[in-house]
Design a protein around this ligand. Structure first.
Ligand SMILES: Nc1nc2c(c(=O)[nH]1)N[C@@H](CN(C=O)c1ccc(C(=O)N[C@@H](CCC(=O)O)C(=O)O)cc1)CN2
Ligand SMILES: NCC(=O)N[C@@H]1O[C@H](COP(=O)([O-])[O-])[C@@H](O)[C@H]1O
Length: 213
């Protein structure tokens, strides 16, 4: 069994670093929720693998520190992975949230933050892993899909599941309409469950994630 006390002290909010690669609407939901001290989490930094994205602009508007670690600026994938881990570690996170972060984190990152990295994916894991969850669900012809919050491991969308939310697939859906419907439910799932992880901590036993320590 592994445990992750999201907050070392009951008084202080959990320190959360969010990583993004795009529009950052999930990040924005977390920024909005964290305004309330009762939420129990503070977004202490936002990182990205690319610049010029709305996710970084959202952080700037909330006066949250940002950083960018571009893969192409490093000699190898491992060097980038280690540098990303160093940038995140500088903010001493209790929890790292990958919210539309479109890079797989590697061994150095996972070793540094083992058990305290969660990711939101726009499909019902283990179905439709990867970068095109909504498109793959639509192409398959499923009648329901949704989003999954899971604890990140070395696989691709294979980590222990924290929460899931389900939405219907409509007959006239295109990928954009379906993904937008997923994101409405996904943002609520993310806010609700990151808040619980921050306030209550969590433990993992045989892939089962339970809140509380
Ligand atoms: N070690 C892990 N890292 C990450 C995971 C994970 O499950 N394990 N989830 C992703 C988020 N994600 C799906 O939810 C995801 C994002 C990106 C990829 C991917 O294949 N990325 C490629 C590059 C794609 C690109 O740059 O457009 C890559 O990293 O080489 C798969 C799944 C967050 N990190
Ligand atoms: N496999 C990773 C993946 O597809 N992530 C997805 O990117 C979107 C980012 O939206 P946002 O930037 O508006 O929060 C979210 O739907 C998230 O689940």
């Amino acid at each position: 069994m592994s445990t992750s006390p999201a907050v070392e002290s009951a008084a202080a909010p959990a320190r959360v670093v969010v990583l993004v690669s795009g529009s950052g609407t999930n990040l924005q939901a977390l920024l909005d929720a964290a305004i309330d001290p009762a939420y129990g989490a503070a977004i202490v930094a936002v990182g990205a693998d690319r610049d010029g994205i709305e996710g970084l602009a959202r952080a700037d508007r909330s006066s949250v520190p940002t950083f960018v670690a571009k893969l192409k600026d490093y000699s190898s994938r491992d060097a980038w992975d280690g540098a990303l881990a160093d940038r995140v570690a500088a903010f001493e996170p209790d929890l790292v949230v990958l919210a539309g972060f479109m890079k797989l984190v590697g061994p150095a990152f996972l070793a540094r933050f083992a058990g305290k990295v969660v990711n939101t994916h726009p499909a019902l894991c283990p179905s439709f892993p990867g970068t095109a969850g909504p498109a793959d669900a639509l192409a398959y012809g499923v009648k329901v899909t949704g989003a999954t919050l899971f604890v990140v491991d070395a696989g691709v969308d294979t980590g222990p599941i924290v929460a899931q939310t389900v939405v219907p697939v409509e007959d006239d859906d295109d990928v954009s309409a379906l993904h937008e419907r997923i994101k409405v439910a996904e943002r609520q799932m993310l806010v609700d469950n990151v808040g619980r992880l921050a306030r209550e901590g969590f433990r993992i036993t045989d892939r089962k994630v339970r809140f509380g320590l």
